[in-house]
Design a protein around this ligand. Sequence first.
Ligand SMILES: NC(=O)c1ccc[n+]([C@@H]2O[C@H](COP(=O)([O-])OP(=O)(O)OC[C@H]3O[C@@H](n4cnc5c(N)ncnc54)[C@H](OP(=O)(O)O)[C@@H]3O)[C@@H](O)[C@H]2O)c1
Length: 201
Amino acid sequence: MDKKKLILVGSTGVIGSKVKELLSTDYDIIDVNRTSGDYHVDVSDADAVEAMFKTIGHFDALIATSGSGKWGTIDEHSIQDFHDGLNSKLMGQINLVMLGRKYANKGASFVLSSGILAHETIVGGLSFGVINAGIEAFVRGAAHEMKGMTINVVSPSFAKKTMEQMGMDPEEGIPAIEFAELYKLAIEEGDTGLVYHFEED
Ligand SMILES: NC(=O)c1ccc[n+]([C@@H]2O[C@H](COP(=O)([O-])OP(=O)(O)OC[C@H]3O[C@@H](n4cnc5c(N)ncnc54)[C@H](OP(=O)(O)O)[C@@H]3O)[C@@H](O)[C@H]2O)c1
């Protein structure tokens, strides 16, 4: 039997690369990033996203581990920083669902990425808090109306590697593969409208 076709947006990132590692045996993965992969697309550009779906055609699952935003205090934020993060991470993922659902096969599964800052406040995390809360609200709302397919969101806390990249002590961080397991659950469990979190044993 043919493998299911999975579009993985953000496959070169800290978390996306682990999702790819975990799912590449069972799925036919199409990599999408801004600068590398099978398709190079900036997902904040709706016309480019539409063109990508036209080229790829029908698919069974889409995982987005993409998007960027401003890390910094309120004093370090400009209005443009909010717009840039909302366009990249929030609207980028909304574009993928809004434009992708007409190409999604029956029973298809979408999994987006939010983050712990939707619910927890730390200095530096203002933009991501706003963006992540918006993504979770979108997923809950869309799940009510997207019949015949599922949509869920994974909310990572901090990955060890990301903490290292940010110059933070990685001791409290989570190996990115643990987050990848949540994306696998989200596309395979058949539930919809859920926020998946990592929970310590
Ligand atoms: N890592 C963490 O600790 C953590 C914690 C909470 C939430 N999250 C969220 O989880 C998701 C994955 O995080 P990550 O740390 O793996 O991210 P990352 O290492 O920064 O990687 C981001 C990936 O997304 C792609 N990408 C970024 N913007 C894009 C755009 N506009 N269009 C297309 N592709 C784009 C990048 O490709 P290019 O390099 O080619 O642009 C890269 O493959 C993000 O939404 C992040 O906010 C992560």
